[in-house]
Design a protein around this ligand. Structure first.
Ligand code: URA
Length: 253
């Protein structure tokens, strides 16, 4: 079994990804610049009266994956192999959100299982965490866009109720948006990742930190140090956050 040092060496992070004993104060001043707490966008055309959205907002965990698998609200169900609802600890404090499944995820039905996923696992290990232990991993889109193309706005809109339901069921202390696409879709902003990093946003009332997508980090090794700073901000935020009140789930209309 790999030790933490092995993991850091594998990531090329030593010695930079070493936890300092004196931490700067968390960026508790929540960014007010993003509209993530804004009212939900209008329902997709496939749900003109909103009944699908209401039904999804009431799904129990045990019904969730089957519902995603049966979804035909956008055209992606025609080209994907497996739906990729999400994986992890249903009681997790951390929720990591990527853009959409890639080829390996589409084949296996699990998010972040390709090369980028292995780096994500190593990032979790560097934090002393592991997939499935206090961590839940999902994507904004539950089905793979053909050839990994950028999701269409209508596809993201059709899938939005599913992520909202996952957030409501999990009540995570923190969401980590992996990459610009996930951050843009969650925060409904076109801002650059550079401008979104380093502060705490909110999605449906839940603190949200933006960092680079692991696939980007694989191609841009020097930015791993910045990603580590993001994860430390995330960890400090988790330490300071209370769990959202279950009596007030953020996404139930
Ligand atoms: N990239 C993503 O955004 N999500 C995955 O599940 C895999 C790669």
């Amino acid at each position: 079994m790999a030790t933490r040092d092995d993991v850091l060496r594998e990531l090329g992070l030593t010695p930079r990804w070493r936890l300092r004993t004196t931490m700067p104060a968390p960026a508790v001043a929540v960014a007010a610049s993003v509209a993530a707490d804004a009212p939900a966008a209008s329902p997709p055309p496939t749900d003109p009266d909103g009944t699908r959205e209401v039904r999804i907002a009431r799904l129990a965990w045990d019904a969730f994956a089957a519902d995603v698998d049966a979804c035909t609200a956008c055209g992606l169900y025609r080209t994907r192999h497996k739906s990729v609802p999400g994986v992890g600890d249903r009681d997790a404090e951390w929720l990591f959100v990527g853009e959409a499944p890639g080829a390996e995820e589409d084949a296996r039905g699990e998010p972040f299982v390709g090369q980028a996923g292995r780096l994500l696992d190593n990032m979790l290990a560097a934090l002393g965490m592991a997939r499935g232990r206090n961590v839940y991993i999902a994507n904004v889109l539950k089905c793979r866009p053909p050839n990994n193309r950028t999701p269409e706005p209508a596809e993201a809109d059709a899938c939005r109720p599913y992520l909202e339901r996952q957030v409501a069921l999990l009540r995570p202390k923190l969401i980590v948006a992996l990459g610009k696409s996930a951050a843009s879709l969650l925060l409904t902003t076109d801002a650059t990742i550079a401008s979104l990093r380093g502060r705490v946003h909110r999605y449906r009332g839940v603190p949200l930190v933006v960092t680079y997508h692991p696939a980007y980090l694989l191609r841009n090794l020097p930015d791993k140090a910045k990603a580590w700073e993001d994860l430390l901000l995330a960890r400090r935020t988790v330490a300071q956050s209370a769990r959202p009140d279950p009596a007030e789930p953020p996404s139930v209309p």
